[in-house]
Ligand binder design. Structure first.
Ligand code: ADP
Ligand code: ASP
Ligand code: MG
Length: 407
């Protein structure tokens, strides 16, 4: 007898039949003697549809109202899931984020979870009910709806798993687990049986959208055992676990691709201490994540500072950058260069081996792909390239490291 938290993503609850199928999984786990909590996403493309609807009404919707709107997507699914369980003869109760005291900060559209009231969940579990919780949403301490960033139901899953000390968190999605690359782009990608939190963290951050980065961060911090599985079959999925020594013999575990990046260049700002701190401090205060920072110092004691942001953050970052340019006395207007992508390889084995970077660069060169910038960490290498070469680049890199072969 254990406690299992299951999360069903959008495709896994896209219609009535799939909701019934997901309910059956929850029942199967319950009938094995477990207590079961189910976290659900909005049905199918409901979140995208709501975003499109909002844009028809207003070009730049207020963030608070956007979260108010998007939170409705998950609210539909929780009620339907509870009804599905009821119709299959099981007791269930659904809760919104607010109803289980899932309190976040007030960073609308990318709020961070601060606390969860586990009491209410335990009370219902002890009455023998399956508890259904809306993913992706929370409330601020003063009761405004917030959302946790795209893919945020993953974060709800792991946070609930952590506060309830769940025996396992099962993330049900539309692929069999974590692959060596996105199986929709790289046709010969291979499913991985086990991957470390650190590798998954890098892969998620570098574009493997199957798990939200914050969810993996949380799973690592609280040592939550995470199992990514396909909701449409019973295959064993991928376990995301703490690193073990035998993982180190694998040089590269996976490749990832992030599309829709834009490079922002702030030109001719004074080259003196404190400028970078000011620029990146102000951008962080606006809750925008930047990456791939490059600084070029000119002969005239000025510097050009470039970095990339996700295209979706452009609207938010433009006013901040414009203000910074004025405040810092930049001599020209900032430059925005869109249509970039980033291809990366990740593996804990890189810590102990050399030659990975050279192999990646050579493969890209042989494929006539120009590398515009390179960033590395202990366990990853990333190259910025043209967006239109992205799909080709990830296949080339996947082939170069023979990721399709079991190591
Ligand atoms: P859900 O709605 O279940 O949350 P998502 O669409 O958010 O599902 O995530 C699943 C998708 O993630 C897959 O369909 C796949 O295309 C994509 N994906 C990207 N990288 C990977 C990877 N390395 N392994 C598995 N899936 C990946
Ligand atoms: N429905 C939200 C989204 O589409 C959250 C999620 O699915 O995880 O991003
Ligand atoms: Mg998702």
């Amino acid at each position: 007898m254990g406690l299992i938290v299951q999360k069903f993503g959008g495709t896994s609850v896209a219609d009535a039949e799939r909701i019934h199928r997901a309910a059956k999984r929850a029942i199967a786990a319950k009938e094995k003697g477990n207590q079961v909590v189910v976290v659900v996403s909005a049905m199918g493309d409901a979140t995208d549809d709501l975003i499109a609807l909002a844009k028809q009404i207003c070009a730049d919707p207020p963030k608070r109202e956007m979260d108010q709107l998007l939170a409705t997507g998950e609210q539909v699914t929780i009620a339907l899931m509870a009804m599905a369980l009821h119709s299959q003869g099981h007791q269930a109760i659904s809760f919104t984020g607010g109803q289980i005291g899932l309190v976040t900060d007030n960073a609308f559209s990318k709020a961070r979870i601060q606390s969860i009231n586990k009491q209410r969940i335990f009370e219902q579990l002890s009455e023998g009910k399956i508890v259904i919780i809306a993913g992706f949403q929370g409330v601020t301490p003063d009761g405004h709806f917030t959302t946790l960033g795209r893919g945020g139901s993953n974060a709800t899953l792991v946070a609930i798993g952590a506060v309830l000390s769940a025996d396992v968190c099962e993330n049900y999605t539309d692929v069999d687990g974590i692959y060596t690359a996105d199986p929709r782009i790289v046709k010969n990608a291979r499913k991985i049986d086990r991957i470390s939190y650190d590798e998954m963290l890098e892969l998620s951050g570098l574009g493997a959208s199957v798990l939200q980065t914050r969810a993996v961060e949380f799973a690592k911090k609280y040592n939550v055992p995470l199992h990514v599985r396909n909701s449409q079959n019973d295959n064993e999925g991928t376990w995301i676990v703490a690193e073990t020594p035998n993982m180190e013999h694998i040089l590269v575990s996976g490749a990832a691709l992030k599309k829709d990046l834009t490079r922002v260049t702030i030109k001719s700002v004074p080259d003196r201490p404190g400028i970078a701190a000011k620029i990146f401090g102000d951008i962080a205060a606006a809750n925008i994540v930047v990456d791939d920072i490059i600084q070029n110092v000119m002969d005239d004691n000025t510097a050009h500072i470039s970095f990339t942001v996700e295209h979706g953050d452009l609207q938010d970052i433009k006013p901040v950058v414009d203000r910074l340019c004025t405040e810092l006395g930049a001599r020209t207007a900032p430059i925005y260069h869109g249509d970039l992508a980033k291809v990366s390889v990740v593996g804990v084995g890189m810590r102990a081996h050399t030659g990975v970077a050279q192999r990646m660069f050579k493969a890209l060169a042989d494929g006539h792909i120009n590398i515009q910038n390179i960033t590395t960490s202990e366990i990853k290498i990333s190259c910025i390239i043209d967006r239109e070469q992205g799909n080709m680049a990830i296949q080339i890199v996947h082939d170069a490291f023979e990721l399709e072969k079991v190591k």
